[in-house]
Ligand binder design. Structure first.
Ligand code: NAD
Ligand code: UDP
Length: 335
């Protein structure tokens, strides 16, 4: 297939580009490089032996999108581009709605005009808000979200469901990610947060690498086994494998579909610290601080729908996730 990958030089998108190319698909990347580096394309080339076509362009720019679709015919779009920092979304809500919601509407309009109606969308477990129970399956209530980032993901889901209902020619796969971590085993691509990392694993990696003094553990008084927050961490390479399966599924069975992409297993913050210490052989000093506003105690997936329908399950265990994160972190540091 010929696939347009928006956000394809970002963390998850770049791994998807590698997986698509390795599976023999032709890829065009559209990214405005707002949160990624142009060098990612040459690193993808080092991994796959071939560079994907790259277009520097903005999702919010209708004319640019028009040109992208005029210059090539696509069978599908994987849509990763967006803004993703929860805290920043509270202080810059308009930017988040403009890019995540407005940008997706523009993309779908351009797709519609070009007659491309197969879309994979990066959603998030955040749409479940504070879940009534874990593990969370796809029928759990959505929408009790406490920040603009999460609301933007929930809004886009509603828009895409409406689009699918309005025109049955659309095939839409909504993928609700749990907590993507890790990096490609080549250590050539991975997550490079700008400034202070918001997420746990990149923060731990920087502490282990001596770039930060200590981890702040946001609360140890949650109703979990050791009092710290529990999440479902999934290796990014497993995550993108789920996208390829979803793409194949949509080809065979059009319509709108939702799948959780998680491992179905939760780990606490302190378990993550210990696992990283083991993988890196470095200490990860930490101190317990107040809870982070808006955080929930625990969140992990029931991934059985994806297993049943897509024949997909995450294969890489916690030790592999931590090993690959460490390799990537260490590789970046030594250049
Ligand atoms: P990322 O920031 O690494 O990648 C997003 C890419 O989109 C970046 O390369 C950025 O430059 C690009 N981009 C941003 N605004 C753009 C615009 N207006 N036009 C064109 N390109 C633009 O993020 P990621 O972690 O790879 O996340 C990819 C998607 O997955 C996002 O939609 C995110 O919300 C979603 N998601 C991520 C996580 C996570 O923990 N990383 C969890 C759930 C969902
Ligand atoms: N966390 C932490 N210190 C940090 C970052 C995160 O203790 O510097 C905790 C956070 O409270 C949550 C878990 O680690 O329990 C995962 O947080 P992350 O931001 O990575 O994912 P999310 O909360 O969005 O699922």
């Amino acid at each position: 297939m010929r696939v347009l990958v928006t956000g394809g030089s970002g963390y998850i998108g770049s791994h998807a580009v590698v997986a698509l190319m390795e599976a023999g698909h032709q890829v065009v990347v559209l990214d405005n490089l707002e949160n990624s580096a142009g060098t990612v394309v040459s690193r993808i080339e080092r991994i796959t032996g071939q560079a994907p076509d790259f277009i520097e362009g903005d999702l919010r720019d209708a004319d640019a999108l028009e040109k992208v679709f005029a210059n090539a015919s696509f069978d599908a779009v994987m849509h990763f581009a967006g803004l993703k920092a929860v805290g920043e979304s509270v202080s810059r809500p308009l930017a988040y709605y403009e890019t995540n919601v407005g940008g997706t509407v523009r993309l779908c309009q351009a797709m519609e005009r070009a007659g491309v109606r197969r879309l994979i969308f990066s959603s998030s477990a955040t749409v479940y808000g504070d879940p009534a129970r874990v593990p969370i399956d796809e029928d759990a209530a959505t929408g009790g979200v406490t920040n603009p980032y999460g609301r933007s993901k929930h809004m886009v889901e509603q828009i895409l469901f409406d689009l699918g209902r309005a025109d049955p020619r659309w095939s839409i796969g909504i993928l609700r990610y749990f907590n993507p971590v890790g990096a490609h085993e080549s250590a050539l691509i991975g997550e490079s947060p700008r400034g202070i990392p918001n997420n746990l694993v990149p923060y731990i990696a920087q502490v282990a690498n001596g770039e930060r003094e200590q981890l702040n553990v946001f609360g140890d008084d949650y109703p979990t086994w050791d009092g710290t927050g529990v999440r479902d961490y999934i290796h990014v390479v497993d995550l993108v494998a789920g996208h390829l399966r979803a793409l194949e599924f949509l080809e065979a069975q059009p319509g709108s579909h939702v799948w959780n992409l998680g491992r179905g297993e939760g780990y606490s913050v302190l378990e993550m610290v210990r696992a990283f210490e083991e993988a890196s052989g470095r200490p990860v000093p930490y101190r317990v601080t107040d809870r982070r506003p808006g955080d929930i105690a625990e969140c992990w997936a029931d991934p059985s729908k994806a297993e049943r329908e897509l024949g997909w399950r995450a294969e890489r265990d916690l030790a592999t996730m931590m090993r690959d994160t460490w390799r990537w972190q260490h590789n970046q540091r030594i250049g």
